[in-house]
Ligand binder design. Structure first.
Ligand SMILES: [Zn+2]
Length: 304
């Protein structure tokens, strides 16, 4: 973890390829045979947005067409996943929302104003974190709805994204650059490096704490550096991120729609994640719907 403290802009994970040599598990079976049971995961809905189902689900996919899905407003959850480790402390996945002293969204000027006005604030990140020190932030990716809680993250806390995530220069990013700049000003943004990843099964992956408790999976497609996460604590959970925003997309293996940058790559990542979850009977959290939806599936195409 020492390297996390260095000033370089590229983040080196605690285990290099060399150090991994004797202990690196070669299969996910090996990983799950050695859980770290004292690690806990808590998923909290910080806020809500209204999105469009054509952004969340590829409605042109034959399965979506066959299911009769049509575009409509689709409420989404902005979730923060809190991972506590007895020695490595508290890390979070994504940041939810942050509020200023008036209870309004903090530091979001320039970030998709009209969309942000639809944000419902439930539990600001500050409240989720409480008094416990925050040791690091993992970002599934850098889209606005995942970084807008950054105002509640103390400067100097490592903010870790996937390979290539921050170097991207798309049109959207030109528009949003100012907003992002404001949001991330003074923050310690790092990027994982592919050459430091190990390959397990179908994934390039990083062992966050060096003890096999939290695995960062490279799942590009939604964005170039999209990440998913495995929490290996005896009842393993897969945090899918926006490789699938919805349960319908997850259950049917249909990638997101317009919100995704590379559909084919996203689909490949999604299918690999589904194979991993199925093979190991994992608990799954998709990007923007809560867990209870598993038993009460929403039909994104249904009439209002
Ligand atoms: Zn998102």
């Amino acid at each position: 973890m020492l390297l996390l403290l260095s000033a370089c802009t590229v983040w080196h994970p605690p285990l290099s390829g060399l150090m991994l040599e004797p202990a690196v598990p070669m299969t996910w079976d090996d990983v799950f045979a050695h859980p770290v049971e004292s690690v806990t995961l808590d998923s909290v809905v910080s806020g809500r947005w209204v999105a469009q189902s054509k952004g969340l689900i590829n409605l042109d996919h034959p399965d979506a067409v066959a299911a009769g899905l049509k575009n409509r407003d689709f409420p989404i959850a902005l979730t923060v996943h809190v991972i506590d480790h007895p020695r490595k402390g508290r890390w979070i996945v994504d940041t939810g929302v942050a509020v200023d002293e008036d209870g309004d969204l903090a530091n979001i000027q320039g970030l998709l104003g009209s969309v942000l006005s639809n944000t419902e604030i439930l539990t600001p990140l500050d409240e989720i974190l409480g008094e416990a020190p925050l040791n690091g932030v993992l970002l599934t990716h850098k889209h606005v709805d995942h970084v807008m809680g950054m105002g509640d993250v103390k400067k100097g806390t490592p903010i870790v994204g996937g390979p290539g995530e921050w170097g991207q220069k798309g049109a959207e990013n030109a528009l949003l650059r100012k907003g992002y700049k404001r949001l991330l000003k003074g923050h310690d943004v790092r990027e994982l490096r592919l050459e430091d990843a190990v390959e397990i099964g179908e994934f390039k992956t990083w062992d966050l704490h060096g003890d096999g408790s939290v695995w960062v999976l490279y799942t590009p497609g939604h964005t170039p550096g999209s990440l998913s996460f495995v929490v290996n604590n005896g009842s393993p959970t897969l945090l899918v991120g926006d490789s699938s925003h919805t349960w319908w997309g997850w259950d049917n293996g249909v990638e997101p729609g317009g919100y995704t940058e590379d559909s084919e790559l996203n689909r490949a990542s999604l299918h690999a994640l589904r194979r991993l979850a199925e093979a190991h009977d994992m608990r799954v959290e998709v990007g923007h719907e809560e867990h209870f939806s598993i038993t009460e599936p929403q039909s994104p195409g249904s009439a209002e």
